[in-house]
Design a protein around this ligand. Sequence first.
Ligand SMILES: *Cc1c(COP(=O)(O)O)cnc(C)c1O
Length: 376
Amino acid sequence: MANRIWLSSPHMGHSEKAFVEDAFTTNWVAPLGPNVDGFEADLSKYTGVANTAVLSSGTSAIHLALIILGVQKDDIVLCQSFTFSASANPIVYLGATPVFIDSEEDTWNMDPVLLEASIQHYLSIGKKPKAIIPVHLYGMPAKLDEIIRIARQYDVPVIEDAAEALGSTYHNKPCGSFGDMGILSFNGNKIITTSSGGALISANEEWIKNARFLATQARDAAPHYQHSHIGYNYRMSNVLAGIGRGQMQVLDERIQQRRRNYELYYDALKNIPGIHFQPEMADSFSNRWLTCVLVDRSQTNSITREDIRLHLEKDNIESRPLWKPMHLQPVFADAPRFVNGVSEKLFEQGLCLPSGSNLQLEDIERVLRKISEIIH
Ligand SMILES: *Cc1c(COP(=O)(O)O)cnc(C)c1O
């Protein structure tokens, strides 16, 4: 059997081990220490957002962001439907109600028209939404101009889910820096990884201080353990932050490698009828975390994305359908939604191709050869 080609696997640089070694040498094997401070400083510099708290995951970052915004039981939070479930789960942790907003065709992200319609609906019944969670899926910036304008107009805070979009920009400004808060993820398959981890970023220093406080069990200033708030154990460890510091040194290289993958796939497949790629708007720069294609069976002699996926799998190549929209998930069957059919079509037609920054040219050629066996 040929070597496994993974969808997106960790890709270490040269200095991660040295930073981790340093944590051992100095015995900072704890959820604080110089690597945590250093990784936070690196991220703030990179995103241009003054305050960063590194945490145990992107999910915990969303959870804390919602808590800091005061989201409570029975509140409404507007969330992109076309996303990974982690964007929405923390809304439910708080007993609030996620309301799912469908995507537009241009970026595959939150549709500003539906977003505004949903806000007007909830205002009309006297229930102002507590937050908006747009997502930059597969690294592609959402229509931030419109989303932020609507959010400001109706005075609803934005938590920007940039878990997949570190290094992407919109009008040359980093994704994650547009919302009132942004979240990042360093899970194993993201563009850089600390094996698991995440970050909450914001211009608001008080919020990030509060996030660090809540993430370390909400301990009051006292010699004994004194608590006036419910706390969480959400801080990133100094060992994993060392991996993050090393990964920051190669982030720009990783983006170039991911974008090269996209170019190779695009050049080889763009002329095949029925194959379409995720568009990149003129004002946007995507890190191309994953290269995604749509397969329109009405133009491919009925070959579907599932046919391609299974054909690749037979050759030990991992690919994956696009995210299944949250409003189609059994667990969110009762959640309110504002939909237009776009994300359902994306899910039906879409496939993520192997996109790791560590793929070799011959790996991509192998994927392309297999695809060309069933579609041309
Ligand atoms: C990965 C991801 C998250 C969650 O990050 P974790 O670090 O895995 O908790 C949230 N939103 C999106 C869109 C993601 O892809």
